[in-house]
Structure formats: structure tokens, C-alpha cells
Design a protein around this ligand. Sequence first.
Ligand SMILES: C=C1C[C@]23C[C@@]1(O)CC[C@H]2[C@@]12CC[C@H](O)[C@@](C)(C(=O)O1)[C@H]2[C@@H]3C(=O)O
Ligand SMILES: O=C(O)CCC(=O)C(=O)O
Ligand SMILES: [Fe+2]
Length: 351
Amino acid sequence: MVVLATTPAALDQISLLRSSPEPLFFPGVPAVDLSSPGAALAVVDACQRFGFFKVVNHGVPMGVVDRLEAEAVRFFASPQVEKDASGPANPLGYGNKRIGRNGDMGWLEYLLLAVNHQGSVSKASPVPSSSLREVVNEYVGAVRGVATWVLEAVAEGLLGVARRDALSGMVADAGSDQVFRVNHYPPCPLLERLPDSCSVTGFGEHTDPQLVSVLRSNGTPGLQVALRDGRWLPVPPDRDAFFVIVGDSLEVTKHPSPSIAYIHLLYQKVLTNGRMKSVRHRVVANSLKPRVSMIYFAGPAPEQRIAPLPELLGQGHGEQGPLYRDFTWGDYKKAAYRSRLGDDRLDPFRI
Ligand SMILES: C=C1C[C@]23C[C@@]1(O)CC[C@H]2[C@@]12CC[C@H](O)[C@@](C)(C(=O)O1)[C@H]2[C@@H]3C(=O)O
Ligand SMILES: O=C(O)CCC(=O)C(=O)O
Ligand SMILES: [Fe+2]
């Protein structure tokens, strides 16, 4: 974080970041072509190496995406008093600068909605208009297909084709906990008044607590992901692609045999002695262009135990025994909502 002698008042409470120098080794974001025969293996490999990848040829009609983006832009351009009618986010609804309940701030406004297991916005969510509800339902219906496909590929890679639904089934479950979020990062002209080495936090660094998140943005850059060595990799925007983020509840590790990737539920991470991390990411503000992103978060039902898939037990990863106590998604989510954005949310679960 950077501290300046005089920070513009509008940026009060929003952390300034030191712009990272270009990484020496710029690996690029792995791209998975969903229509290719090797897609499932490529998903497993990308999850294992980065916890992050982009999906092309995903089959989601761009018309659906464009309609949602247009509705979102219209909503965020509406008078503040109208937007505030759907807020303040607690945690659902319209939020402005404040992220969560514990003091995190960013240069953005957003709408956070709950989604039921059928992929429709829950009745309880404060949706500003019926046209937005309709288009969000249409979009979520389509993007859930991408999340399902990714989870199926992961399960197949781990357990074989017969257990393809082992992870995706958790999201299809009647009580599954899915969330949808649209973020709007207005241009931040104040950036011009800061030293070149400074950027403004749009969305502070964090991991997503769920299984996987599927993100789509307009053409404005800002998203960065942390490489395993801690350096930040700027993600070039791609309006036509979806970006998949591995969440805390799904962990990736590598079997001693270099060609085999094993993806474990969180408990399994304990058995690998905490060496593996879900991907940290953040958004930095742009001085000129607005960024609009929409993210679908696929989570299981609150009573779902976060524990290794039975078939994965006893495969030689457990030399040190579990470091975490047994918990459910409900336990984890409750703790997550008490944490700060950048916290290591697994900490309270360590034995
Ligand atoms: C600071 C917070 C915002 C968050 C809840 C939390 O207490 C910690 C996790 C945050 C996060 C990150 C991913 C998603 O954007 C999100 C909706 C989620 O499930 O966990 C947000 C939460 C939020 O904005 O309410
Ligand atoms: O807006 C983005 O591009 C990323 C936001 C994000 O990481 C989140 O909402 O959890
Ligand atoms: Fe995120």
C-alpha cells in the first residue's frame, strides 16, 4: 500500500497500490477452447498451474452477454437516488464503494444478487427492475452451463467419467448457494494526480470463497491475478471470453507424477499441508474508461460438507494429517462474511 502526504478526498479510505513492474516472466493467461477434444485436460492443467484461465468457444450467445451489459450500464447511469433504492448492500443489493461489512472500500459500485438452484434471481434479492431481472436470469442460465462444464471436467479428470457430476451436482442441488454480481468501476481521473507508480484499488485483493467463479468484463483492463510467487499479472481483457477463477472450496495440487493433476476439495488441501492456494485477484481502477464486469459464483448448499471426495482419500497426500477441522459450506461462508476482503479465510479453520 502507498501512503501519500495529500490524498484527494474522494479517495478517502480507498487504498492506493504501488503499480507492479511487468513480471520478468509473463506467462499469459491459459486459454481453453471448450469445443476442442482436449478441453477437459486443459481445464485440469490450468486449474493446477494457475487456478485461473479463460474459456473461448464457450457457446454462450453474445447477444445474451451484450443485453446484460447494456442493462447494467443503464442501471449504473441512473440517478443515485434510484440506485440507492436497491441498497445498501447487506450483503445483497446495490453497494457503492463499500465491499462487505467490515470496512473494505474500492472505487466501484455494484449489484449483488442471490440465485436459486434453477438459475433464477431469488425472490428476496432487491432487483432494480423487471427488465434487469429478466436479462440476469437469461445470462445466469447460460453462464451456469460454463461453470457446470468446468466442474464436470475437473471431476472427470479426478475420478473418471462415471463421477462426472460429483462437483457440478453440488451446484445443481436444490439448496445450492449461488451469487451473481455486476461491478461498475467508473473512470478515476484522480489517478492523473497521483505519482506514476500509484494505482487506486477498484476491488481489493482476495480469493473467492466458492467452488468456481465465472467472470466476463467489457474491454477495460484492471483485473490482475497473483502468480504463485506473489507477483501480479495484469489480465488482458477479452469481451468475448469468460474467465474462470478457482475458489477456496476447490483446491488444486499436483501429484508427484508431473503429468497427473489432482484437484481436491478444501479438506484435501489440508492433507497437502496447506501448500496450495486458490487464486488471489484484484482490480485496479482506470483513469479514462469505465469497467463493467459480471461474475457468477458457484457455491454448494450450506449443509454441504467440505471434505475430500471419498475416492480421493488414501492416495498418499496425507503425510501430516489434517490441519483444518471439518466444516460445511455454511460454516465457511459465515466466517467469510466476518472476514476482511484480503484475509486468509481458512485461518479460523486451522486446528
Ligand atoms: C469483505 C467481504 C466481501 C465478500 C464478503 C467478505 O466479508 C469476504 C469475501 C467477499 C467476497 C469475495 C467474492 C465475491 O465477490 C463475494 C460476493 C463473496 O462471496 O465473497 C464477496 C463478498 C461480498 O462482497 O459481500
Ligand atoms: O470485477 C472484477 O473484474 C473482479 C471482481 C471480483 O473479483 C469479485 O467480484 O469477486
Ligand atoms: Fe473475486
